[in-house]
Design a protein around this ligand. Structure first.
Ligand code: NAD
Ligand code: DAU
Length: 353
């Protein structure tokens, strides 16, 4: 048995592949274009492991997809590949339409062609699992109920609009063609291998370098944070037992304001790697807000708990401690990802703020 993972060299995808192969002998074919966000070093522990087949390629490449389906006949597709960073989508939305919308369309079509030709048993067992985000639901007012799976779609950024479009395509391929799809909409992940353009790893690496910690606007925007290993276990649960055609929201029951996240990271660093110059919170710098910045996300994760018995295993306290410890122990990984391209991005996003 084989699964096809797209985007398995990125943050969540690589955690998923590592977790999957730690618990199963089922082969993973890992298709990744190795954009700036993809990194084979995340998968270094799998070197020489024949259960992991890495393919450097694009989800928009239909002939490549057809040949992968024909060669490996995966029983499931786990679709992580995407452009994932909201700030990059503001500076350059084109890549988000290309990968998240057109790429998902091409992948759906290739999966449909493969699935249509299977025998009845294999057709019934096949799954297309689309990994999506809570950002498709838009922004919540303070005190408003958390997002359920039936919350209206109100995406506000080019990133969330492109993910919303991909969710709609996946839904339509089920309703029109019968493709056995599953969709999960998850809140903000954090943990090992998180690229340091996102809030938590950026704060860790900037603090350790004595650089400003740029907090957008008033820092009171609220996100729900989930440890990446818990996202992976939720996806495994949905893939194994989720009802075909259904959507499952995944979250950590952990709403926090950005400034509180930053203060927690600073306090952990004060404890684990004290800076003789003083507390890391001295580096907090309020900067111009993100255009169109969503104020609050919150996930109602009762459906996945009720139907599949899934709840997060980590608390935020345990997960964020592990995460800070991981970054302290992997200075080489951090140095490698802060390449010339990364420095260009930091200049693009922060110099004019
Ligand atoms: P990431 O940016 O870290 O990784 C994306 C991966 O996809 C990279 O390895 C990249 O090389 C690959 N990729 C990009 N374009 C590709 C293409 N055209 N063809 C093949 N591969 C391509 O993203 P992530 O944070 O790991 O997110 C993974 C998925 O989970 C995304 O679909 C994202 O929308 C979703 N998601 C992320 C979060 C989060 O907090 N990070 C939360 C909810 C949902
Ligand atoms: O909610 C799920 C989403 O979470 C995923 O779909 C996205 O792929 C993922 O990138 C993430 O999106 P966010 O925009 O919430 O994540 P980011 O880490 O970029 O920002 C988190 C919050 O922190 C957000 O309110 C913006 C703020 N922020 C971010 C950066 C990079 C800052 O205040 N300063 C910063 O420098």
């Amino acid at each position: 048995m084989t699964i096809l993972v797209t985007g398995g060299a990125g943050f969540i995808g690589s955690n998923f592949v590592l977790d999957w192969l730690a618990q199963s002998d089922e082969t993973v074919v890992n298709l990744d274009a190795l954009t700036y966000a993809g990194n084979l070093r995340n998968l270094a522990a799998l070197q020489g492991d024949t259960r992991h087949v890495f393919v450097h390629g694009n989800i928009g490449d239909r002939p490549l997809l057809d040949s992968l389906f024909a060669t490996h006949s995966p029983r499931a597709v786990l679709h992580f590949a995407a452009e994932s960073h909201v700030d990059r989508s503001i500076h350059g939305p084109g890549a988000f339409i290309k990968t998240n919308v057109e790429g998902t369309f091409t992948l759906l079509e290739a999966a449909r062609a493969h699935w249509s030709a299977l025998d009845a048993t294999a057709r019934a067992a096949f799954r297309f699992h689309h990994v999506s985000t809570d950002e498709v639901y838009g922004s919540l007012a303070p005190g408003a109920p958390a997002f359920t799976e039936t919350h209206p779609y109100e995406p506000n950024s080019p990133y969330s609009a492109s993910k919303a479009a991909s969710d709609h395509l996946v839904r339509a391929w089920h309703h029109t063609y019968g493709l056995p799809v599953l969709t999960t909409n998850c809140s903000n992940n954090y943990g090992p291998y998180h690229f340091p353009e996102k809030l938590i790893p950026l704060m860790i690496v900037n603090a350790l370098a004595g650089k400003p910690l740029p907090v957008y606007g008033d820092g009171q925007q609220i996100r729900d944070w989930l440890y990446v290993g818990d996202h992976c276990s939720a996806i495994r649960a949905v893939l194994a037992s989720g009802r075909v055609g259904e959507v499952y929201n995944i979250g950590g029951w952990n709403e926090q304001a950005n400034i509180d996240i930053v203060r927690t990271v600073c306090a952990l660093l004060d404890e684990l790697r004290p800076d003789p110059a003083g507390p890391y919170s001295r580096l907090v710098t309020y900067v111009a807000d993100r255009p169109g910045h969503d104020r609050r996300y919150a996930i109602d994760a009762r459906k996945i708990e009720r139907e599949l018995g899934w709840r997060p295993a980590e608390t935020f306290a345990s997960g964020i401690r592990k995460t800070v410890q991981w970054y302290l122990a992997h200075a080489d990984w951090v140095a490698q990802v802060q390449s010339g391209g990364y420095r260009d991005w930091v200049a693009t996003n922060y110099n004019a703020r």
